[in-house]
Every structure is written in structure tokens, then in C-alpha cells.
Design a protein around this ligand. Structure first.
Ligand SMILES: Cc1cc2nc3c(=O)[nH]c(=O)nc-3n(C[C@H](O)[C@H](O)[C@H](O)COP(=O)(O)OP(=O)(O)OC[C@H]3O[C@@H](n4cnc5c(N)ncnc54)[C@H](O)[C@@H]3O)c2cc1C
Ligand SMILES: *[C@@H]1O[C@H](CO)[C@@H](O)[C@H](O)[C@H]1NC(C)=O
Ligand SMILES: *[C@@H]1O[C@H](CO)[C@@H](O)[C@H](O)[C@H]1NC(C)=O
Ligand SMILES: *[C@@H]1O[C@H](CO)[C@@H](O)[C@H](O)[C@H]1NC(C)=O
Ligand SMILES: *[C@@H]1O[C@H](CO)[C@@H](O)[C@H](O)[C@H]1NC(C)=O
Ligand SMILES: *[C@@H]1O[C@H](CO)[C@@H](O)[C@H](O)[C@H]1NC(C)=O
Ligand SMILES: *[C@@H]1O[C@H](CO)[C@@H](O)[C@H](O)[C@H]1NC(C)=O
Ligand SMILES: *[C@@H]1O[C@H](CO)[C@@H](O)[C@H](O)[C@H]1NC(C)=O
Ligand SMILES: *[C@@H]1O[C@H](CO)[C@@H](O)[C@H](O)[C@H]1NC(C)=O
Ligand SMILES: *[C@@H]1O[C@H](CO)[C@@H](O)[C@H](O)[C@H]1NC(C)=O
Ligand SMILES: *[C@@H]1O[C@H](CO)[C@@H](O)[C@H](O)[C@H]1NC(C)=O
Length: 621
């Protein structure tokens, strides 16, 4: 708590001594300045600070890049504000407003994050410090200002390694905050940043397939493997379709329209998938073989490095679970590919008439939860408002696992016997590939719970999570868990554990060892209004509510046995080091201090961020 208050002091004191950005001619509301708050060496240089680079410096920088610097960038909504000067456009205001909930549109823009929630700056009283809301396409002629929020004023549109190296050099030399923005889905807003220089990796789209990939520096005669090299900006959607076109598959997560990146933040943070049940987490290994075989990264000192089990194995360990962008800016990741197999899908949607019936329904589900995973099932199970659904898959048609269908049929018999429960969907579907399943579930929303409806407008922009060890979700505890689940606002269970994900060697990766103990990673959702419009005053309350819920799961399964998934972060989790990494944190910290001695790539709740405020602008200790 004390650290947060210090941040607020830093930001709000800055607000009192505001200075307009010098590089923009249009009317831009001031960014919080740090002048007079801390000695300069302790804070990053923000627009308006005397130490901030001049327009000339930015021009010189731009000339070194493959694409022109995206300079004086404003938030997407700026087009709706006459006060934006040359950036104002009533036509674009209407066009953009029609797209504000389109995840594909948002993910491709350097001046938007996937969720407006994270573009907004607010203080711990829940008061807006800076935002630029859309006003339903209405041009706001009242003279209102479009606040810059966390949208960086300058962005490098990366297409080459050198672009990233130049950005790293420029930010280091000028003490400017540097952020890495890939697809922008990160759930604390860490791919945006106040007054930052943005490294926009979205356009690094190369994919290269190998039938016998051998990491650089491997001993002679090291056997080659099936693999794909993914540019940092490749999305799940592209990765799935391209890999399928090569008769292979890779574990990747589940998002509407597959707009999350396959090679950047997701992968660095752990990367779970419904296919982890068969192939391990993105970062883990099938017995004997790593799924990630090699990273190519730009390090904070500007070096372009190839990192694998032979080249800086310590850094390789840190990159596999230490979280982005703490250990370097990924240019490309090479991951193992797997056979492109058929899957049996199973869809279930049930609505209970009241809380008692809902609890009974959850109890039946909890009685089968672990055993169904043992029988080969994996996927997602959302629950909220007396509704329980699941979208699961099992390898093979019919499932290779002989218990797969019989056990699910048993569950179905028990669920159908429940009073006051209406089951609207209970269906097996045959799929020739994971891609076909993914398209069905996350593009057309054809079967079961329609996940494509949970687009950026949904209230799940504020989340928490807890990794539920298998003994917590044991059949013997089904009633207890059902009561706990029924007592909270809702969640999204990611059944991603079990199989090789449980048995691989935890020492190989820096990811929390808790991932080995779980069947389900539970994303927790607060109650609250849908977004947008961002009713910003309530966001802080949502964060507090969801944190309170996560604490009850934490009590049941404290780290390192349980934990929190760092890619599903809780704003108010105080012991994040232990929750994300358990006993691995001290080693991560040592490697971080070697790789990034000048704190260039620090993010809130990232490795070695303890000394920084939550916006990573000023050191607070
Ligand atoms: C709708 C949705 C569904 C999701 N589903 C899953 C799921 O099924 N499984 C799962 O494990 N997770 C899931 N997540 C969480 C997801 O893994 C994280 O939100 C992830 O960080 C988003 O990646 P991005 O490419 O969109 O990243 P961004 O927001 O652009 O970046 C994420 C973080 O990684 C850093 N980063 C990005 N690119 C690089 C790079 N090239 N080098 C170094 N650092 C980089 C950024 O600085 C930022 O801190 C989901 C999230 C959403 C919003
Ligand atoms: C948040 O900002 C508002 C408006 O500037 C201010 O009144 C309030 O005191 C701030 N809260 C904190 C904790 O600084
Ligand atoms: C315009 O901006 C003002 C000030 O932020 C706000 O009160 C108002 O609701 C906005 N919308 C319209 C349509 O004027
Ligand atoms: C980034 O560069 C690519 C390649 O030149 C270009 O197609 C794209 O429009 C640029 N993006 C932005 C936002 O400038
Ligand atoms: C992407 O592939 C093209 C064609 O092979 C190559 O010229 C380019 O350098 C690659 N880009 C990166 C960032 O590796
Ligand atoms: C696809 O891969 C499978 C094994 O993974 C193989 O049996 C099959 O022959 C391959 N098909 C083609 C067209 O290469
Ligand atoms: C799905 O596959 C099973 C097992 O092969 C088969 O019995 C069933 O008829 C198939 N269903 C459809 C709709 O094709
Ligand atoms: C079903 O719900 C009704 C009230 O909605 C209740 O009276 C009845 O007892 C419930 N039946 C069972 C078997 O729980
Ligand atoms: C799922 O929801 C989306 C978005 O609301 C909608 O476009 C689509 O038609 C739905 N799918 C089905 C099969 O109803
Ligand atoms: C689960 O296992 C852990 C580690 O063995 C143990 O500490 C915990 O008490 C167990 N919890 C339950 C509910 O069995
Ligand atoms: C950059 O950092 C890496 C990793 O610590 C190190 O191996 C390399 O020698 C450094 N390069 C320079 C030029 O300092």
C-alpha cells in the first residue's frame, strides 16, 4: 500500500506543476510531470521536463529507423475532439466509434490498447487523472480535452532488428521510459506507458517452418525437430492457420478472433493453452524436449542475442516464464510444432433457476473435474450468474483416451438429473484439427457458450486469477468448492493443466512451479458494469472486489503450492513476486540485474520493479 501512495504523491504532485508537451502544436493536455518531485536521475524524463529530448532529437532518431517515427501520437479517440487540432476528424470519429469493440482493429493500432480501461490513468481514489473516452461517436464541441493517458506520444513501427536497437539506445541515452507493445492485450496496461517511447512489434510477422530445427550452438549430431520461428508480432490466429497449413499444430491460448500474440508477452509469461494437456505449456517440454527452442532478443544494452539452452542458458531459463519485456525485447521465438491431430469437442451450457440449484450443479461438475482432465479433457469453463458452461476438447475422434466419452456421459447423466437446472447445450462435435475447433469456438461462436461475445466491451477487463492445485479441486472437496464458486461473482476456468504440463521438470523454466500442480487456472471476474463506456470511478472498486475474491483462493492454496498467473495479474496483489514465481524469484532477480543493470525494461509488478512506482516513472525507494 505504501508504495502505491508514493506513486500517487509522485503523479499528483506532478500534476500541480504541469507543463505542456513541447513537441505538439495541437492542444494536448499535460502529462503528469515529475519536475521538482524527485532528483532527475531517479525519474524517467517526461514530455515537458527539461531533460526530455527536443523535437530535433526525435527527428534525428526518426532518420535512423526503417519507418518514420510515429511522432506526437494521440489516443484513438482524439479524432472526436476539436481540441485535438489537426488530429480532429469528425468522419474518423464516426468510423472509429464503429470499431471500438473490434479486437482485430484495436490490436493493430499503436495508439490503442485492447481495453480502454488500461489507457486511462487514475489515482488510488479512483479519480481519473487522464483519459480520452469515445462519446458514442459524438463530436465533443464543448472544448473538452482528450487526455493522453497511457498512450505513448512516440512509437517506433518496428520492421527490423535495428529499429529495436535504435529505440533501446535512444531511450537509454535520454532516460525516456520505454515500453513494448505487441498486440496490446496485457491486463495491467503495461504495454502502454505515460510519456513513453513505444516499441510497436505488431508488424514483425515472419513465420518460418522447419522439419529439423537445431538451436544455434548445439553440439554436432543434435537431432533436428519440427519447429516454427514466429516473428514477435504473429498472432494466435495466424500461427494456428499457418501451422495447420504445414500439417502441424502448436499450443496457443484462446481469445476471440485469436488476436493475442503467439511469440511475445503470452509466451514469456508462461503461455497456457487447451493443448498444454497434450504438449505442455508453451514454455514447458514434452518429456525430453522444450517447446521453446530459441529466442532472438534485443537486450537492454542493445545487443542482438540468440538465446537457447546452449547460449546463455540462465537467460533462456529467465525468458521462459519471467514475463515480458523484463529480459529483453523478443524479435522472434522458435517453438516446437506437434502433429496436427483431430479433436473431439464437448459443449455444455446449463442455467440454474436459483443459487441452491447452481451450487448443486457446480458440485456435480467439481466431482468430475479432475477425473475428466485425467480422461483427456481440457478447455474453458466459465461460470457466472447461476450459469455454468464448458467448452472442452479431447485429442482424437473418438477420444484416444478410452475414458474420455464414458466419463463425460456419466457427468451428463448426473447433471441432467438435477432439479431446477436447464441444460441448453450438451453436444459432442468432431473436429479434424485444433484450428477447426478454434474457429468454431472463437471466430463463429457456433457451439455452446459464445465466447466471441466477450470482446473488448465486456467487464472482464478487470481480473484476477488463481492457480488451483489438483488437491483443492479433488472430488472429495466438491461441495466446498461448489459453495465457494457459487459465492463469488464469476470466473473463467482454464483447464490447461495435467498430462505433460504436470509432469515436466519445474526446474527447466522460471514459471511458477504451481503450474505443475494444477488442473485449472481460474480467472476471477468482478461484478460490475460492462465497459465501455469506461465508468472509471468504478474501476478501482472492481479491482478491490476481485482482489478480495482472489485472497480467498490464496488462503486455500498459498504459494508456492498455488499461485497467480502473471499474464492474468491482480492489480492489488501485494506479494506478486511469490505469487508469480514462488522460489524462482531470487534467481530471476539476479539474472535481471545482470541483463538490465540500468532498469530500462522495468514494468509494474515485473522482476526488479520493487523500487519503482506503479507507472514506472520514478524510483520510490
Ligand atoms: C482475450 C484474452 C484471452 C487470453 N487468453 C489467454 C490464454 O488462453 N492463455 C494464456 O496463457 N493467456 C491468455 N491471455 C493473457 C495473455 O497471455 C496476455 O494478456 C498477453 O500478455 C497478451 O499478449 P499481447 O501480445 O496481446 O501483448 P501486449 O499487451 O502487447 O504485451 C504483453 C506484455 O508483454 C510485453 N511484450 C510484448 N511483446 C514483447 C516482445 N516482443 N518482447 C518482450 N516483451 C514483449 C509487453 O511489454 C507487455 O508487458 C488472454 C488475454 C486476453 C485479453
Ligand atoms: C485523486 O485525484 C483527485 C482529483 O485530483 C484528488 O482530489 C484526490 O485527492 C486524489 N487522490 C489521491 C489519493 O491522491
Ligand atoms: C463533452 O465533454 C464534457 C466535458 O468532458 C462532458 O461533460 C460531456 O458529457 C461530453 N459530451 C458531450 C456530448 O458534450
Ligand atoms: C508501419 O509500417 C508498415 C510497413 O511499412 C506500414 O504498412 C504501416 O502502415 C505502418 N504503421 C503505422 C501505424 O504507421
Ligand atoms: C522477414 O523475412 C524477410 C524475407 O525473408 C527478411 O528479409 C526480413 O529480414 C525478415 N524480418 C525480420 C525482422 O527478421
Ligand atoms: C500430416 O502429419 C501426419 C502425422 O503428423 C502424417 O501422418 C500425415 O501423412 C501428414 N499429411 C501430409 C499431407 O503430409
Ligand atoms: C463423430 O465421430 C464419432 C466417432 O468416430 C462417430 O461415431 C460420429 O458419427 C461422428 N459424428 C458426426 C456428426 O460425424
Ligand atoms: C426448485 O426450485 C423451487 C423454487 O424455485 C423450489 O420450490 C423447489 O424445492 C426446487 N426443487 C428442488 C428439487 O430443489
Ligand atoms: C456469437 O456472437 C457473435 C457476437 O455477438 C455473433 O455475431 C454470432 O452470430 C454468435 N454466434 C452464433 C452462432 O449465434
Ligand atoms: C494440498 O497439498 C498441499 C501440498 O502437499 C498441502 O499443503 C495442502 O494442505 C493440501 N490441501 C488440501 C486441501 O488437501
Ligand atoms: C550486453 O549484455 C549481454 C548480456 O549480459 C552481454 O553478454 C554482452 O557482452 C553485453 N554487450 C555489451 C556490448 O556490453
Amino acid at each position: 500500500m505504501w508504495r502505491l501512495s508514493l506513486l500517487v504523491a509522485c503523479l499528483s504532485a506532478g500534476l500541480l506543476s504541469v507543463a505542456a508537451a513541447t513537441t505538439s502544436s495541437a492542444s494536448v493536455p499535460p502529462v503528469p510531470s515529475t519536475v521538482g518531485v524527485k532528483p532527475r536521475t531517479q525519474c524517467k524524463c517526461l514530455p515537458g521536463d527539461p531533460c526530455y529530448p527536443s523535437a530535433k532529437d526525435w527527428q534525428a532518431f526518426s532518420s535512423k529507423l526503417s519507418q518514420p517515427l510515429i511522432a506526437n501520437q494521440r489516443p484513438l479517440g482524439a479524432v472526436c475532439y476539436p481540441s485535438s487540432g489537426s488530429k480532429f476528424s469528425a468522419t474518423q470519429c464516426v468510423q472509429f466509434t464503429a470499431e471500438i469493440n473490434n479486437p482485430i482493429f484495436r490490436s493493430g493500432l499503436p495508439n490503442a490498447l485492447q481495453y480502454e480501461t488500461f489507457e486511462v490513468l487514475f489515482n488510488s481514489s479512483g479519480v481519473v487523472v487522464s483519459e480520452c473516452p469515445f462519446d458514442n461517436g459524438v463530436v465533443n464541441a464543448t472544448g473538452a480535452l482528450c487526455g493522453q493517458g497511457r498512450i505513448p506520444p512516440n512509437a517506433v513501427n518496428v520492421t527490423t532488428v535495428q529499429d529495436i536497437q535504435e529505440a533501446v539506445k535512444f531511450a537509454s541515452k535520454n532516460n525516456v521510459k520505454l515500453v513494448v507493445r505487441n498486440k496490446g492485450h496485457e491486463l495491467l496496461g503495461r504495454s502502454g506507458g505515460v510519456g513513453a517511447l513505444e516499441v510497436f512489434t505488431h508488424n514483425l510477422n515472419n513465420l518460418t517452418f522447419f522439419n529439423n530445427f537445431v538451436p544455434e550452438g548445439a553440439p554436432r549430431n543434435t537431432p533436428g525437430e519440427f519447429a516454427v520461428t514466429l516473428g514477435a508480432g504473429v498472432s494466435w490466429s495466424t500461427a494456428y492457420s499457418q501451422t495447420h497449413a504445414h500439417n502441424r499444430s502448436i499450443p496457443g491460448g484462446m481469445a476471440p478472433f485469436g488476436t493475442v500474440g503467439a511469440a511475445g508477452g503470452w509466451l514469456l509469461g508462461g503461455g497456457h493453452s487447451p493443448l498444454s494437456r497434450y504438449f505442455g505449456y508453451a514454455l514447458n517440454k514434452k518429456p525430453g524436449v522444450d517447446n521453446v527452442l530459441q529466442f532472438k532478443v534485443v537486450l537492454p544494452n542493445g545487443t542482438f542475442a540468440t538465446v537457447n539452452k546452449y547460449r546463455d542458458p540462465d537467460l533462456f531459463w529467465a525468458l521462459r516464464g519471467g514475463g515480458g519485456p523484463s529480459f529483453g525485447i523478443v524479435v522472434e521465438s522458435t517453438v516446437r510444432t506437434h502433429p496436427d491431430l483431430p479433436y473431439t469437442g464437448f459443449f455444455f451450457v446449463a442455467q440454474a433457476a436459483n443459487k441452491d440449484a447452481y451450487t448443486n450443479l457446480l458440485e456435480v461438475w467439481n466431482r468430475y473435474h479432475n477425473d475428466l482432465n485425467d480422461a483427456g479433457w481440457a478447455g474453458i469453463w466459465p461460470f457466472t450468474g447461476n450459469l455454468l458452461a464448458f467448452t472442452l476438447l479431447n485429442q482424437g475422434v473418438p477420444p484416444f483416451n478410452p475414458n474420455g466419452k464414458p466419463l463425460m456421459d456419466k457427468f451428463l447423466a448426473d447433471a441432467n438429473a438435477l432439479a431446477n437446472v436447464t441444460i441448453s447445450s450438451q453436444e459432442y462435435v468432431n473436429y479434424t484439427s485444433f484450428l477447426e475447433f478454434d474457429m468454431d469456438v472463437l471466430v463463429t461462436g457456433t457451439h455452446g457458450f459464445n465466447f466471441t461475445q466477450t470482446a473488448p466491451g465486456a467487464p472482464n477487463n478487470v481480473i484476477s486469477s488463481w492457480l488451483l492445485p489438483k488437491n483443492i479441486t479433488a472430488a472429495s472437496r466438491a461441495r466446498d468448492m461448489a459453495e465457494l464458486f457459487a459465492s463469488i461473482s464469476g470466473g473463467n476456468g482454464f483447464m490447461v493443466g495435467g498430462g505433460p504440463a504436470a509432469t515436466n521438470n519445474p526446474a527447466d523454466v522460471s514459471l511458477a512451479p504451481a503450474f505443475r500442480n494444477i488442473v485449472t487456472d481460474l480467472v476471477l471476474l468482478p461484478t460490475g458494469p460492462g465497459l465501455p463506456p469506461v465508468t472509471i470511478d468504478s474501476i478501482d472498486q472492481l479491482r478491490r472486489d476481485v482482489n478480495k475474491i482472489s485472497q480467498s483462493f490464496k488462503q486455500l492454496a498459498p504459494p508456492p503450492f498455488g499461485g497467480q498467473y502473471l499474464n492474468e495479474p491482480d492489480f492489488y496483489e501485494e506479494d506478486w513476486q511469490e505469487a508469480y514465481w514462488g522460489p524462482n524469484y531470487p534467481r530471476l532477480l539476479r539474472i535481471k540485474k545482470r541483463i538490465d543493470p540500468n532498469d530500462l525494461l522495468i514494468v509494474n509488478k515485473g522482476v526488479n520493479s520493487e523500487a519503482w512506482d506503479t507507472e514506472v516513472i520514478c524510483k520510490t525507494i
